[in-house]
Design a protein around this ligand. Structure first.
Ligand code: NAD
Ligand code: UFG
Length: 343
């Protein structure tokens, strides 16, 4: 088993769920995060879920000295790199911020790892690296033509990782291309905490279900899909977290650079998601069809065969579970906030 693992972005949505899975499977971990989009209250939640305190370092991945010090003092053997910015729309408005955080951040981290001869690295990539589908489902051989600065930041880091893996045969690198992560840990103690107004579909549906928003805007119903609305491959965040543990095991016996799709292989439309959520929350989600979102892709979903074959991993939680856990978590979060408790 890999020794101690550093999780950058460890107090964020996917990092915190992965921290639970790794801790519960016996790994020693250290979280590293600048708390720009998360909070250290997550540390209490993680302690409650796992039954032990998780070491945490507050730091930025662009801070080389802090990184090197952390790697040395905690005797880190492997790194999972989640830290970064992730909003597509914001990346179009502030591309430099995205390139600085996501690309410069990754380079700074990789330099620090080199100083300590740490060879195992797992990178949070994204299905957005593929861009407009030339065929579906996306397999890992599909060309990568990311359409926005966020997607290009992921593509560039993947390429940097490919180059350094070619230059050093001791390196063990996995780029995990996530499809659409949703849901929350069953404890409801951790989950997605969107900054400001959520733009993504699942948190937006949950807000409408809570009565916090009047209606959902469905961005277009005239796509060439089963019911005209956009189709995506949603993956439960706990399945995603387990995919990271499986990748770590894979890298123990494999050097080189590897890309894996982490998705379910099934696409669901916006309307299918709305209806699945309505069943779990026992409510009706009012919606209005609006214009298509500029640059939105009609449909994409993964071919998850490579991960199944080489990682021995596939998704276990269905759409019902994804909606149920989102709903449970949303109720808890909103009812405990000041605004909702007054309702
Ligand atoms: P998140 O925003 O919840 O977590 C990211 C964490 O990184 C936050 O805790 C933030 O404080 C931290 N961070 C940001 N910049 C940092 C920096 N410079 N130094 C140190 N810490 C920093 O996001 P998430 O959904 O957990 O995503 C994790 C990773 O997965 C990201 O790299 C994201 O691009 C990628 N990803 C996410 C999705 C998704 O839909 N959630 C899809 C594909 C890929
Ligand atoms: N949608 C609506 N109404 C909304 C929000 C979304 O109809 O209020 C539709 C979108 O048009 C799309 C689908 O719901 O068809 C899913 O949209 P999301 O915004 O939830 O997800 P995206 O696939 O557009 O993008 C997400 C993340 C990216 C990530 C990508 C990975 O935002 O950061 O998944 O596949 F890279």
């Amino acid at each position: 088993m890999a020794g101690r693992i550093l999780i950058t972005g460890g107090t964020g949505y996917i990092g915190s769920h992965t921290a639970v899975v790794l801790t519960q499977s016996g790994h020693d971990i250290v979280l590293y995060d600048n708390l720009s989009s998360s909070s250290d209250v997550i540390l209490d939640a993680l302690k409650e879920i796992t039954g032990k305190p998780i070491p945490f370092v507050k730091g930025d991945v662009r801070d080389a000295d802090r990184l090197v010090h952390t790697l040395k003092s905690h005797k880190i053997d492997a790194v999972m790199h989640f830290a970064g910015l992730k909003a597509v729309g914001e990346s179009v408005e502030k591309p430099l911020e995205y390139f600085t955080n996501n690309i410069q951040g990754a380079i700074s981290l990789l330099n620090a790892l080199q100083t300590q001869s740490i060879n195992t690295f797992i990178f949070s990539s994204s299905a957005t690296v593929y861009g407009e589908p030339e065929y579906l489902p996306f397999d890992e051989e599909h060309p990568t033509n990311a359409l926005n600065p966020y997607g290009r930041s992921k593509k560039h880091v993947e390429e940097i990782l490919q180059d350094i893996a070619s230059s050093n045969p001791a390196l063990r690198i996995a780029c995990l291309r996530y499809f659409n992560p949703v849901g929350a840990h069953e404890s409801r103690l951790i989950g997605e905490i969107p900054k400001g107004n959520p733009n993504n579909l699942m948190p937006s549906i949950a807000q409408v279900a809570m009565g916090d928003r009047e209606e959902l805007c469905v961005f277009g119903d005239d796509y060439p899909t089963s019911d005209g609305t956009g189709v995506r491959d949603y993956i439960h965040v706990m399945d995603l977290a387990e995919g990271h543990a499986a990748s770590l095991t894979f890298l123990e016996s494999n050097t080189g650079w590897h890309a894996f799709n982490l998705g379910s292989g099934t696409g669901y439309s916006v309307m299918e998601l709305i209806h699945a959520f309505e069943k779990e929350a026992n409510c009706t989600i009012p919606y209005r069809i609006t214009e298509r979102l500029a640059g939105d892709i009609a449909e994409y979903y993964s071919n998850p065969d490579k991960a199944a074959k080489l990682l021995g991993w596939k998704t276990k939680r269905n759409l019902k579970k994804m909606c149920a856990s989102t709903w449970k978590k949303t109720k808890l979060t909103l009812y405990s906030s000041d605004t909702i408790s007054q309702k």
